[in-house]
Design a protein around this ligand. Structure first.
Ligand SMILES: *Cc1c(COP(=O)(O)O)cnc(C)c1O
Length: 221
């Protein structure tokens, strides 16, 4: 077993004291490591790849809340729709519609976060502020009664520059606060998912309500 149990206890204590939820990111790690952390009390786990999640989920306790934190392709929603607890990386209306369709099929409501692009780095993923607003103004959004938009997710630049990272988190917190002005039946913004192993203390200072931590707990990948 290679999990860092002492680091886990410190991080979960820090999160508990700040009323922040901790998602343990277990991508590429074996089910034995996940089970060990489960036995230490952890219930929220995050995975990036559909295939890996679908293989691990039936081997592990049903009490685990599975967070999908990777980039989700529309044609793969069906594999995780029966059990996923929260999908963090939604960045299109098309994907929201597909999640809604599959959630309805399984007679459930699936919680999602909209991913916002806050980093300086180039990436294909995430909405910018204009796209986020366009999505929220889409008149069809409230018709998706089998999804609940619980908030926003973002990733800061992978950088040593604390001021840059902090400014990016601030920009996401600002958009999150603005979400609360909308009155849309399936929008209930109470989760701001930001912060990873390298920057979670900054993220918590800037208003994160949920951090996603992998390598500090499970070791390097
Ligand atoms: C891998 C990953 C994490 C965890 O990264 P660490 O640096 O190992 O803590 C968090 N969020 C997302 C979206 C990831 O892909």
């Amino acid at each position: 077993m290679s999990i860092h149990i002492q680091a886990y206890k410190e991080i979960s204590g820090h999160c508990f004291n700040s009323s922040v939820a901790l998602v343990a990111v277990s991508k590429t790690k074996p089910v034995g490591d996940i089970l060990a952390l489960y036995r230490a009390g952890q219930r929220d786990f995050g995975e990036n790849y559909v295939q890996e999640l679908v293989e691990k989920q039936p081997q592990l306790p049903a009490e685990i809340r599975w967070h999908f934190i990777g980039h989700l392709q529309t044609n793969k929603v069906k594999y995780i729709a029966p059990f996923v607890y929260l999908i963090h990386g939604v960045d299109s209306f098309k994907l929201l519609k597909e999640i809604n369709k599959l959630a309805q099929k399984h007679n459930r409501v699936i919680n999602v976060l909209l991913q916002v692009h806050i980093a300086k780095e180039e990436t294909k993923f995430g909405l910018d502020e204009t796209e986020l607003e366009a999505l929220l103004h889409n008149g069809e959004l409230s018709l998706l009664t089998h999804i609940k938009i619980k908030g926003l997710m973002g990733m800061a630049s992978f950088s040593e520059d604390e001021n840059l990272v902090r400014a990016e988190f601030k920009s996401l917190k600002y958009l999150f606060d603005k979400l609360k002005q909308y009155e849309i039946s399936n929008l209930q913004p109470d989760i701001l998912s930001m912060g990873m192993s390298g920057d979670y203390t900054l993220a918590v200072e800037e208003g994160s309500t949920m951090v996603r931590i992998g390598s500090l707990i499970f070791g390097d990948r």
